[in-house]
Design a protein around this ligand. Structure first.
Ligand code: E4P
Length: 218
């Protein structure tokens, strides 16, 4: 399973890239606003740091403007995945961009039917939002299970399931259990994945006992 980070924070992206475990980046208009940076230069900077897919989202909702924006974003770097909303116009843009060899991430997916449409439109990624479904007392991971099962019936579909709106390590482990292709997580959730109280207490004991031996390795 690939790990993407869901942020517009370039310092967090650089720190995660240094771990060697970062496979890509997703952004959205809200994350760009939070970053306080100018969109196009920020995407350029991210694409310099990360060689995997970097999702950059169109801002318009009508086909004519969206296709212009999509072409501009695709021109930033070869690893840009243009992100479009799951609407009729968005999927039309998806088909055209996919046909010209650009990766497209179809976002704001909340149903299995929408995920089928994105695969038919040639999306490189479909982004079901699990946390936002959980917020409404629906089961976000159930949607991932449903999409995994459906896509599994059609091995010729090339769309990857990118689990988005991830809020906890449980979303990550459950995504891996179900066989999702990618999870995109806020940096804080990736940090939480490292942690376990027994790791912490065990390490403290080892450090203390090693010091008591008076030895050094290097
Ligand atoms: C995915 O591409 C989205 O940017 C993101 O995961 C949305 O997450 P949120 O529901 O926490 O805003």
């Amino acid at each position: 399973m690939k790990f993407f980070v869901d942020t517009g924070d370039i310092d967090a992206i650089k720190a995660l890239a240094a771990t060697g475990m970062l496979d890509g980046v997703t952004t959205n208009p809200s994350l760009i606003k939070k970053s306080g940076k100018d969109f196009i230069p920020l995407i350029e900077e991210i694409c310099d740091v990360v060689s995997g897919p970097v999702s950059a989202e169109v801002a318009a909702t009508d086909y004519d403007t969206m296709i212009k924006e999509a072409n501009k974003l695709a021109g930033i770097a070869r690893n840009v995945a243009v992100k479009v909303p799951l609407t009729q116009d968005g999927l039309r843009v998806c088909r055209e961009m996919a046909d010209q060899g650009t990766m497209v991430n179809v976002t704001l997916c909340f149903s299995a039917g929408q995920a089928i449409l994105a695969a038919k439109a040639g999306a490189a990624f479909i982004s079901p939002f699990v946390g936002r479904l959980d917020d409404l007392s629906a089961d976000g991971m159930n949607l991932i299970a449903e999409i995994c099962e459906i896509y599994g019936n059609y091995p010729n579909w090339e769309t990857e399931i990118l689990v988005a709106s991830v809020r906890s390590p449980m979303h990550i482990t459950e995504s891996a259990r179900l066989g999702a292709d990618v999870v995109t997580c806020p940096p804080e959730v990736i940090q939480q994945l490292y942690k376990h109280p027994l790791t912490q207490s065990g390490l403290e004991a080892f450090v203390k006992d090693w010091a008591a031996t008076g030895q050094s390795i290097v």
